[in-house]
Each structure stands twice: as structure tokens, then as C-alpha cells.
Design a binder for this molecule. Sequence first.
Ligand SMILES: Nc1ncnc2c1ncn2[C@@H]1O[C@H](COP(=O)(O)OP(=O)(O)OP(=O)(O)O)[C@@H](O)[C@H]1O
Length: 259
Amino acid sequence: MDQLILKVENLWKHFGGITAVSGYELELPKGAVFGLIGPNGAGKTTIFNLISGVLKPDKGKILFKGKDITHTRPDTIASMGLTRTFQNLRLFPSLTVEENLKVAAHIHTSYSFIHTLLSLPRLYSEERKTLERVETILELFDMQAQRNEIASNLPYGLQRKLDIARALMTDPEVLLLDEPSAGMNTQEAEELALTIKKIKEELDLTMIIVEHRMPFVMGLAETIQVLDYGSVIAVGPPSEIQKNPKVIEAYLGAGDVVA
Ligand SMILES: Nc1ncnc2c1ncn2[C@@H]1O[C@H](COP(=O)(O)OP(=O)(O)OP(=O)(O)O)[C@@H](O)[C@H]1O
């Protein structure tokens, strides 16, 4: 059996009278790309918030690399190698592309004031690693030409790309992407899909992608989970999911389309 990098058991989350997530289960093998889809309000972002530690579940268990992270802080989970993006961009708009990447690395750089005094060589080596990582990420995202541009001056598609690039500065093993193509035009979304394929291979990532743009997620994920009212109603390869009557009904009921 494939090695599981992330396992979620019987996860529940209520907000007042609303059951946002009900008995969610996931077995994510290392190296997999999963798509998580479902109509608006189905519970997709809440699941990302639970897995990344932003929210705590009412019930259930989350195991990352075999360790129980159900009650672990988000920054600790990130430093363990699980990171995510948000639906809304989290860039520093007045900083350059390169500065945005450096800041993202320093969020988890482990030197303190005392280290700075006692261990300058260590500081230099951390700094050198950050600079090397910036170059690797700029090259993978084909953004070297924009390195000195102010983030808010970039076209929207590149701002979204930079947001994903920032998430990769800490060298994660698992990346959760929350609607990465939101607000993009078709050409920008197609380019982003190619970038995601490239970073998955080059950086040996495991990914879960929440998306409303069906051709995008169906072209990237080998397995799709479909959520409706907080429960998984279907799991399978994209070709089966598109034909699944329960999925079509859930989307038609929501006035949305699957393919
Ligand atoms: N902080 C919160 N407080 C109260 N209710 C919430 C909160 N967060 C989510 N909900 C509710 O939980 C349910 C699931 O929401 P969630 O945002 O996870 O769905 P989603 O599938 O990500 O939707 P979308 O595709 O529109 O982003 C919805 O009914 C939503 O209104």
C-alpha cells in the first residue's frame, strides 16, 4: 500500500446550528494530487482550516506523517511541512516579489536574538539557504524578470502565482491550495495548471486542491473527493466523478455545473 502522508478520521465541525463538516475522512498517499470539490458552503475551506490548525475540530483526528496534529498550532504544523494558501491573497502589497519570498521564509527561520549573538555563522548559513531558495522558486515560477516589481503592480494572475510561491518558501511536503485559479482568466488558469504540475514534480509535493473551475481541477488531480453539506458523497478519478449521478444532482441543486 502507498505510504499515507496525511490521514483524517471522522472529522466534525459545527458553527452554532450549522454542521460544516460531518464525519470527513481522508487517506492521502505521499505524492498524490487530490481535488476537493463541492457546491458553495459544502465545507471545503473549513476542512482546510481544520487540517492546517486554523480551526480545531469538535471531534475527529488528523495525522500528518503518523503524528497526531489535531490540536497542534498552525505555525507548528507549517514548520512540520504542511502548508496552505488562502482564498484571499496574503501578499505584502508594497514589497517586491523577492522581498515577499524572503519574508515568507523568515516566518519559520529558527534564529533568535541569542543565536544572532552567539552564532553568526549559523545566521549566514540560514540567510544563504533563503537566497538559494528564492532563486529556485523564482525559476520554477518563471518569475525572475519580475523579482524587483512591487507585488501590487503585478497582473492579478502573477499575484496569485506569487502567493503560491510564498507558501513554498518553507519547503513543505504537503501543500493545500484553496481556489488557486479564483479570479483568473482562462489563459492565466491554464498557465497556472502547468506551473502546478511542474512544482509538484520538481519539489516532490503532495497536494490537495480546492477548486470551482472544473477543467482545472479535473486536469490536475488523479483523485477527486466531492463534498456536499459537509459529507463526502463521492470519491474517484475525474472521469468517474463527472458521470456520478449524486455529484450531478448536488451541483444541479446548487445551480452549478460539474464539467
Ligand atoms: N467562521 C464561521 N462561522 C459560522 N459559519 C461558518 C464559518 N465558516 C464557515 N461557516 C459555514 O460553514 C459551512 C461551510 O463553509 P465553507 O466555507 O467551509 O464552505 P466551502 O465549501 O469552502 O464554500 P465556498 O466554495 O463558497 O468557499 C457554510 O454553511 C458556512 O456558512
